[in-house]
Design a protein. Structure first.
Length: 154
């Protein structure tokens, strides 16, 4: 016996793949589909050491802080407090502006795009078949847009 694991997006192509498998001699009892549930928790904006998602709220703030520090120090030569204080004020203002831009982008715009996109959960499809049917089953699954396949002999 051979088990073939594949992942699909929950769509009509999954249904077509299952019906095509049944037409080509795979019993209904040998096809098992497991839907995966979507994540219910909202993404956290501040990461811990052990939980990172690749989103940084500090990078734009650091870049703008540096740019504003240079401008503040340059202009500070002509102002009353001098270049050091105005450089520090520029750093703080630029960092705060960059942080607020990133926060607004990830909290409002990206969240709205994620809701509009409506990505459905994926499905794991497990097919048990004879070894001589393995290539045919793989061809059918790839033809119906499987995301990935794994073949396990038992």
């Amino acid at each position: 016996m051979l088990q073939i694991f594949s992942t699909f997006e929950h769509s009509a192509s999954l249904e077509l793949a299952i019906s095509s498998l049944e037409k080509n001699g795979v019993n209904k009892e040998r096809i098992f589909a497991v839907p995966l549930t979507n994540r219910k928790a909202e993404r956290r904006l501040f990461d811990s050491t052990h939980n990172e998602d690749g989103i940084s709220l500090l990078s734009t703030g650091a870049a703008l802080g540096t740019a504003f520090a240079v401008v503040g120090a340059s202009v500070g030569f002509r102002l009353a407090w001098g270049p050091i204080y105005w450089g520090l004020i520029g750093t703080a203002g630029g960092f705060l502006l960059g942080f607020l831009i990133d926060w607004f982008y990830y909290k409002v715009i990206k969240k709205r795009q994620h809701l509009l996109r409506g990505k459905n959960s994926e499905v794991i499809l497990i097919v048990e078949c004879q070894e001589d049917q393995g290539d045919l089953v793989e061809h059918i699954l790839w033809h119906h847009f499987a995301f990935g396949l794994a073949r396990i002999q038992s």
